[in-house]
Design a protein around this ligand. Structure first.
Ligand code: TA6
Length: 310
């Protein structure tokens, strides 16, 4: 089983426009679809699509929380959320006719100390039953740095692999806890290291630097330029075939879900990267946020190139 932790869940609203987005104008949305969102739920759907058992946990509350659980049930994902009094947020992804995506991410609503205590207990229980736990995305107000460190520690204490997809101070905190894997993008890892990271070569050096601190696998996603991974097995550059992107939102989250699947299946790091890139690319072919067709992933897998850099 794989558990995904989404502390800041969201009703993700995808707005499809018939005209380009214009600030200051009134624009009618051609098509609007709601998804159970938050990075860990995109990852959970990816795990489910790959055919592995997955449980989603984190915080949900209010009417949005009830809608999110309903949408997640339709996705076939089991949930063990902690119910809180505050309302689950919304995030809006505006899709231009040319495929450009503009996201508006709400901050999330406050959780209480009791909510945090219940969540940490839930994590310990689920981690003991899981091969891999992923911790994805931002945190709501009321969930402090020490709580985040305790969350990573609870998974490690259960002897379970922990994959973290975070940014800014949360990523810095997670790196200090030496998780099994982190998956920053180039901007996120440059923030941690304090210097710019541009392109595959610099990303490889950055990944090696974090790996050298004791993180078993460091994956740096590079968007259309692919992704690099540094591990004890070596450093690899994965490139996906060129595709016509429909909706890129959730591709990074799908990558994390697929990395968790490949790790749970005992695949070696290079195979994990190749599988994850195929799934992330397949995600970009789907109009639905954080969804992909396994047949697309299998077809794309054959064309993902993997180059060993050291
Ligand atoms: O990566 C896409 C996405 O998961 C959106 O679906 C939206 O939920 C957003 O990220 C949430 O990001 P955050 O960093 O606030 O957890």
């Amino acid at each position: 089983m794989i558990t995904t932790v989404t502390l800041n869940t969201s009703i993700d609203k995808a707005y499809e426009l018939s005209e380009p987005l214009e600030v200051g104008k009134v624009q009618r949305v051609k098509r609007c679809v709601d998804f159970a969102g938050g990075k860990g739920l995109n990852a959970a759907r990816a795990v489910r699509t790959c055919g592995e058992d997955v449980v989603a946990t984190g915080f949900v509350g209010g009417n949005n929380g009830r809608l999110l659980c309903h949408l997640l049930a339709l996705d076939g994902v089991e949930e063990r959320f902690v119910r809180v009094r505050s309302e689950t947020r919304c995030c809006v992804n505006v899709l231009d006719p040319d495929g450009r995506s503009t996201e508006f991410l709400e901050p999330g609503r406050e959780v209480t100390r009791l909510d945090v205590t219940v969540l940490l207990e839930r994590i310990s229980q689920l981690a003991a039953q899981s091969k891999v736990v992923t911790i994805n995305g931002s945190v709501p107000p009321g969930f402090g740095d020490e709580d985040y460190a305790a969350l990573v520690a609870a998974v490690k204490d259960a002897g379970t692999h922990v994959l973290v997809d975070a940014s800014g101070e949360l990523l810095r905190l997670a790196v200090g806890m030496l998780p099994t894997l982190v998956k920053p993008n180039a901007d996120e890892i440059s923030q941690i290291l304090g210097h710019p990271v541009r392109g595959p070569e610099e990303a490889a050096l950055a990944a090696r630097e974090l790996h050298g601190r004791g993180i078993a696998e460091v994956v740096v996603s590079l968007g259309k330029d692919g992704a690099v991974m540094s591990s004890d097995a070596g450093t690899f550059l994965g490139r996906a075939p060129k595709i016509s992107v429909v909706n890129p939102v959730g591709a990074g989250d799908t990558m994390v879900g697929a990395l968790a699947v490949a790790m749970a299946r005992g695949q070696d790091p290079a195979s994990q990267l190749r599988f994850a890139m195929a799934c992330a690319s397949a995600n970009c072919l789907s109009a639905s946020t954080g969804h992909f067709d396994m047949e697309d992933a299998r077809r794309l897998f054959r064309d993902v190139s993997l180059e060993r850099l050291d």
